[in-house]
Design a binder for this molecule. Structure first.
Ligand code: PLP
Length: 427
């Protein structure tokens, strides 16, 4: 273990750790999952697209495919050049999962995919599906009647609950969401409006998962979406890489070893960034370098991978409190399998202070007119931190994966914005 990095992690200082276990893609061929798994997930989502279009008319422009655009961040790049006192080697882009349809966060990828897959499994078992069934019929009474006898359960810091709650409720499932102490009041209120049973916990995320999982295990008609351990979520997230490849080609952004793609991914329990990383490495190989971003008070994945102890170590074990304004990232113990599965595909990890997130939130609004939630900003300084750490890196395309924001009520978001403005003013 890197003692210098560990010391700074304990002191809740910002760090950048270049993963010494990072491997070339060629040597990772015998992994547990393959491109076939990603393709199968992509095909399933295509089959369900007519249903999504029917249930969520806002997706009709993309024919029921839930996807977000890639955008250039020219003004923000110029601002950050100034802050870091150096021009970025390459160009800064953003992947706008903050405006993903249905739930306005990256969780619309994994969460919705897992609910759809479960609905399909139930319908198959019940003999409701034949070869050429149009999946739009999942919205019909026959299916709703079936789903009304089943309950979907998950635990969440907020956004996974939103995405699973909304999708499940629309299909006619009963839904029970266990919310950790970090979850914002508006997320709970919105879910209750959908008729979701929201159970509030005073504990942190890991404990909420435990309670939800235990409860679901006692019942045959309960299905638990396990954010700490779900392969289905993982593959739902991974599909994004195939979509990204097509998007980059469309706008003429080359990705190869001489012009690599660096991707900065906010990390909570690890499911979303882990699934996306697996997708990216499978699609782009050595031409992509995924980098994970975490709050200084919740660096569970960095700690888990660096120590090799994965889910067997918590940030509390090194004296951190797991308290952060980046609510989607407030996770003290990493996923059971992400670190083990994709640990060697992650180029590096870094941490960001809450105040830095707020300043970036305000600046991104002023410079680019984008409204992100604090968690989603953690990827923003990654390119510059990497460049400081590794001045000789190959110049390329730097993609900040923005993970949430669109659903945040304006008055809630304003408070963060104003706090960020005040911090910028103090400088
Ligand atoms: C959940 C979440 C993440 C990270 O996803 P994990 O699967 O928990 O690692 C990042 N950003 C936001 C806004 C989120 O809600």
């Amino acid at each position: 273990m890197n003692e210098e990095v560990l010391g700074r992690l304990k002191a809740a200082e910002e760090v950048f750790w270049k993963n010494d276990g990072y491997k070339h893609h060629e040597v990772m061929e015998d992994g547990a999952f393959t491109m076939d798994d990603i393709r199968a997930a992509e095909e399933r989502l295509s089959k369900f697209a007519p249903l999504i279009e029917r249930l969520f008319p806002e997706t009709s422009g993309q024919k029921g495919i839930i996807e977000s655009p890639v955008m250039r961040l020219e003004r923000m790049e110029r601002h950050l050049d100034g802050v870091y006192g150096t021009a970025l080697d390459g160009s800064l882009y953003i992947k706008r999962d903050d405006i993903l349809p249905i739930s306005g966060s990256v969780k619309a990828r994994g969460g919705i995919y897992e609910v759809l897959k479960h609905a399909e499994d139930l319908a198959l078992a019940d003999g409701l599906i034949d070869e050429d069934l149009d999946y739009a019929q999942f919205a019909s009474d026959k299916f709703r009647e079936l789903f009304s006898h089943h309950t979907i359960v998950c635990a969440s810091t907020g956004n996974l609950g939103l995405s699973i709650g909304i999708m499940s409720a629309k299909l006619g499932f009963k839904v029970e969401i266990h919310m950790s102490a970090d979850a914002k009041a508006w997320k709970k209120a919105m879910l209750r409006e959908y008729g979701v049973d929201v159970i509030e916990h005073m504990d942190d995320y890991s404990r909420a998962v435990e309670v939800g999982r235990e409860e679901a295990m006692r019942r045959d008609d309960f299905y638990f979406v396990d954010d700490e351990d779900s392969v289905t979520l993982f593959l739902g997230y991974a599909v994004s890489a195939l979509r990204l490849k097509a998007q980059l080609e469309e706008v003429g952004i080359e990705v190869n070893r001489d012009k690599p793609l660096y991707v900065y991914l906010p990390c909570g329990v690890g499911g979303a960034p882990g699934g996306i990383t697996f997708g990216l490495k499978t699609v782009f190989g050595d031409a992509v370098h995924p980098v994970f971003a975490e709050p200084t008070h919740s660096p569970c994945m960095l700690l888990g991978v660096m120590s090799g102890r994965h889910d067997e170590i918590s940030v509390r074990d090194i004296g951190l409190d797991n308290v952060t304004i980046a609510d989607g990232l407030a996770v003290g113990r990493a996923s059971k399998f992400i670190g083990k599965t994709v640990g060697d595909m992650i180029y590096g990890f870094y941490t960001v202070e809450d105040e830095a997130l707020l300043k970036l939130l305000a600046k991104l609004r002023d410079e680019e007119g984008m409204k992100l939630e604090p968690s989603a900003l953690s990827g923003m300084p990654g390119a510059y931190k990497l460049q400081q750490k590794d001045p000789d890196m190959t110049p390329g395309t730097h993609l900040v994966w923005s993970t949430g924001g669109d659903m945040v009520p304006d008055e809630v978001w304003r408070k963060d914005y104003e706090e960020g403005q005040a911090l910028l003013g103090d400088e």
